[in-house]
Design a protein around this ligand. Structure first.
Ligand SMILES: Nc1nc(=O)c2c([nH]1)NC[C@@H]1CN(c3ccc(C(=O)N[C@@H](CCC(=O)O)C(=O)O)cc3)CN21
Ligand SMILES: CC(C)C(=O)C(=O)O
Ligand SMILES: [Mg+2]
Length: 319
């Protein structure tokens, strides 16, 4: 068998483990704020997935996610920081550009990291402009209720769509006493609804509800005219979001109750690496026929052998 035929067979073998069905939305159009609004009006759930780099952006796009969120959770999941508050804006931009290179049709939202929007509406607008220009996102997201009202107004009036985020707001974990479910009493639920209405009033195009009891998130969703995106907020939100490396079983530090592992990619990866190590030590990888290159022709191979023999019989090791 020729090298090229073997290589061809190898490609077929690799492709056999890939999904055979074409992605449902493989020919779909670019998602926009307007097309998201249409889904919401038709009661079609909005699918949101976080992405951190080129391969995850590519996967979100190819599987037809409506929104690809470059979440600051990447600080912990992709970069191993202790908290989301440890990531810099420059690092977020670096990752977001990589996501954008892989993500052609999903609507890309960038999560403003801690310290880039709290000071003033002007600071928030400057950061948002940078995210669009340098991070190649289509919208920004940031955490907070009424206290970020001015920021949302300012950014929206500059023509940048804003996704809001209330409930468990990880950047404020210290003040919340940790990663705790929010809105578990009537008073706290009431405050969440007030925040949600204020953010809608300010012009947010959607709202993330994180770790909120189902009845509270359901009621907030019912009272709003913009879509809610739930993560640990029950099945009655207008859409759902999960953290990419969590749903693939690739994060080892904690597993919130709201996360479902859809594929054990972590253990698959671990087994693959162990197998590679085993085969290298046993010298069964690389396979001479499958993974190696030969000389241009049998004649050239013969000439090379002769030359080696000549060198080896000579006293001059430096040729
Ligand atoms: N990998 C990862 N996934 C995330 O969802 C995530 C991050 N990182 N980093 C930033 C924040 C932190 N998040 C978290 C972290 C832990 C819980 C958690 O374990 N919560 C408890 C609830 C405790 C209570 O009852 O109040 C749980 O059991 O789910 C929730 C959200 C969400 N975000
Ligand atoms: C979980 C989503 C909403 C998020 O904020 C993040 O990934 O950072
Ligand atoms: Mg976030």
């Amino acid at each position: 068998m020729t090298d090229s035929l073997l290589h061809f067979l190898q490609l077929i073998q690799r492709n056999s483990s890939r999904p055979t069905e074409p992605a449902e939305n493989s020919n779909r159009k670019k998602v926009t704020v307007q097309s998201l609004q249409r889904l919401y009006k038709k009661n079609v759930p909005i699918t949101v997935m976080t992405a951190y780099d080129y391969p995850s952006g590519l996967m979100c796009d190819k599987t037809g996610m409506d929104i690809c969120l470059v979440g600051d959770s990447l600080a912990m999941t992709a970069l191993g920081y202790e908290s989301t508050n440890d990531i810099s804006f420059d690092e977020m931009l670096h990752h977001s550009r990589a996501v954008a290179r892989g993500c052609k049709n999903s609507f890309i939202v960038g999560d403003l990291p801690f310290g880039t929007y709290e000071t003033s509406a002007n600071q928030a607008l400057d950061s948002s402009i940078r995210f669009l220009r340098e991070g190649k996102v289509g919208a920004v997201k940031f955490e907070g209720g009424k206290e970020v009202f001015e920021q949302v107004c300012k950014i929206v009036s500059a023509g940048i769509p804003v996704m809001a985020h209330i409930g468990l707001t990880p950047q404020r974990a210290s003040a919340l006493g940790g990663y705790k479910v929010q809105g578990k009493t009537v008073e706290k639920a009431k405050k969440l609804l007030e925040d949600a209405l204020a953010l809608q009033e300010a012009g947010a195009f959607s709202l993330v509800l994180e770790a909120i009891p189902t009845p509270v998130a359901t009621f907030i969703t019912k009272r709003l005219t913009i879509p809610t995106i739930g993560i640990g907020a029950g099945p009655h939100c207008s859409g759902q979001v999960l953290v990419y490396l969590d749903m693939l079983g690739m994060f080892d530090r904690f597993m919130p109750k709201f996360c479902k592992v859809y594929g054990e990619v972590g253990s698959i990866t671990e087994n693959a690496l162990l197998e590679f190590k085993k085969e290298v030590i046993a010298k069964s990888f690389p396979d001479e026929k499958l993974h190696c290159y030969s000389m241009e022709s049998a004649e050239e191979a013969e000439r090379f052998k002769d030359w080696v023999a000549q060198v080896e019989s000579s006293d001059n090791v430096n040729i």
